[in-house]
Ligand binder design. Structure first.
Ligand SMILES: Cc1ncc(COP(=O)(O)O)c(C=O)c1O
Length: 480
């Protein structure tokens, strides 16, 4: 072999008994035994029994894992392994049914029927690359993806030839993309986000090493535009990249987009010196149908909007939608010869099944169907808030929201049974289309009954949550 300057390199000659099809004799790697892991497992098991859960940083917990075991030599004849796996799956299915019945705390719509799509399970559908440019990989679902994107573009009022977007893996990916586009358009911009913003925005700031300014929030959880103004004025020399929440994670608060834009303009930021990303992960598909809600529209000076597909829409796998202006996308895209496509997404391979699920639901429900579901959710959320208050339980519901915030239940087992999301002294229920009045009644009756045991002794009192929801919504001993 000749390399530079005619120097000949020594190359190993393959021995005569080299067999290119040979495989390693013993493919099973040995089990790695950790020294202190045994202790830890014991401790966690004890914690689980005692219903205490602890986040152990730097260590992974394996107590509940389903071990992968090597097939026995005669499994193919006995069918033992298949029978074992079928048993595991059947038990898992039962758990899922039970867990679905008692789910209230996360904003997932668990009510759907995608039976018609089971015929597609046998295909490895991958939309790698750009939705609008066909790649060389033919087993894709771009035609569904672009149909879904067009639907959302219409919802958020942007012309087909003016937008770019894609079906993401989740709301977080939409946020990572939105902030990235903002950073590429305004490279020295400061990222502004309210304190109640989802952690994915702060993750983006860390990933992209961006300067990030946290803005205070009002009691409702909305961005405090007076504080925003002060922070903008203190950094007038740098462009602004702003995350606007269309539904915050904990309180379901909707930032006032129009007031954010007005504040920017009044502080002297021209439209080419700010970029707004709207995080509509939670309520992005609900707000357009609520009469009094601030309208998310590309007719306004916004740069991008994202929404999660597995939340209100009700997709059985995590996914999301991200829409931005086409003019911005050229700033961050590269052509990739290997794909014969353009690379403007965050991920490489992309789930090609998700767009089909979204397409199916959008077709079945349509704008009218979603409107009806939004109405039902808001009505049921009011029902829950009113019944909590009637039972003497502190509770708050933002006007445009279906997230009911209330006192954190005292008992961790109850929290886990209903899969409530908690933060400090508060918990919440996010009323999604799968949460009907019967489910809320079951939950309320159980909560009221349990509370009578938790607080039967005068010495233990329900928590005061005035600092989170305001004194008018708090029914603790001091504020009722
Ligand atoms: C406001 C908000 N943004 C972003 C996200 C992240 O969405 P995902 O879980 O789809 O990544 C969430 C999740 O709950 C959220 O509440």
């Amino acid at each position: 072999m000749e390399i530079d300057n005619g120097v000949v390199a020594m190359v190993d000659i393959l021995s005569e008994d080299f067999d290119p099809t040979a495989v390693v004799a013993e493919p099973l790697p040995p089990v790695v035994t950790g020294d202190s892991n045994g202790d830890l497992i014991g401790k966690v098991a004890e914690d689980l029994k005692g219903r205490k859960r602890e986040i152990v940083l730097g260590r992974n917990v394996h107590t509940t894992c389903l071990e992968v075991t090597e097939p026995d030599a005669n499994d193919e004849f006995t069918g033992d392994k298949d029978a074992y796996m079928a048993g595991v799956l059947a038990r898992y299915r039962k758990t899922l049914i039970e867990r679905t019945k008692h789910h209230l705390g996360y904003p997932y719509n668990l009510d759907f029927d995608y039976g018609a799509l089971s015929q597609l399970q046998h295909f490895s559908i991958n939309n790698l690359g750009d939705p609008f440019i066909e790649s060389n990989y033919g087993v894709h679902s771009r035609q569904f993806e672009v149909g879904v994107l067009d639907w959302f573009a219409r919802l958020w009022e942007i012309e087909k030839n003016e937008y770019w977007g894609y079906i993401t893996n989740c709301g977080t990916e939409g946020n990572l993309h939105g902030v990235l586009v903002g950073r590429e358009v305004l490279p020295d911009g400061i990222l502004y986000a309210s304190r109640d913003t989802h952690y994915s925005i702060f993750k983006a700031a860390r990933m992209y090493r961006m300067e990030c300014v946290k803005v205070d929030t009002l009691m409702s959880g909305e961005i405090d535009c007076a504080n925003f103004r002060a922070k903008l004025l203190a950094n007038k020399d740098k462009p602004a990249i702003i995350n606007v929440n269309i539904g915050t994670t904990v309180k379901g608060a909707v930032d006032d987009l129009d007031l954010v834009i007005k504040t920017l303009e009044e502080c002297g930021f021209n439209h080419d010196r700010f970029y707004i990303h709207c995080d509509g992960a939670l309520f992005g598909l609900m707000m357009p149908f609520v009469k009094l809600a601030p309208k998310v529209s590309f007719k306004k000076p916004i740069g991008s909007v994202s929404v999660s597909g597995h939340k209100f829409v009700g997709c059985p796998m995590p996914c999301g939608v991200q829409i931005t202006r086409l003019e911005h996308i050229n700033v961050l895209s590269n052509n990739v010869e290997y794909l014969a496509s353009r690379d403007a997404t965050i991920m490489g391979s992309r789930n090609g099944h998700a767009p089909i699920f979204l397409w199916y639901t959008l077709n079945r429900k349509g704008y009218k169907g979603f409107q009806k579901e939004v109405q039902k959710c808001l009505r049921n959320a009011h029902y829950l808030k009113d019944r909590l208050r009637d039972a003497g339980i502190s509770a708050m519901l933002n006007e445009l929201s279906s997230t009911v915030v209330f006192e954190r239940p005292q008992d961790e087992e109850f929290v886990r049974r209903w899969q409530l999301a908690c933060q400090g002294n508060i918990a919440h229920v996010v009323v999604m289309p799968s949460v009907n009045i019967d489910k809320l009644d079951d939950f309320l009756n159980e909560l009221v009954e349990k509370r009578s045991t938790w607080y039967k002794d005068e010495k233990v009192q329900p928590p005061c949550i005035a600092a989170d929801v305001g004194t008018q919504n708090c029914l603790c001993g001091k504020h009722k």
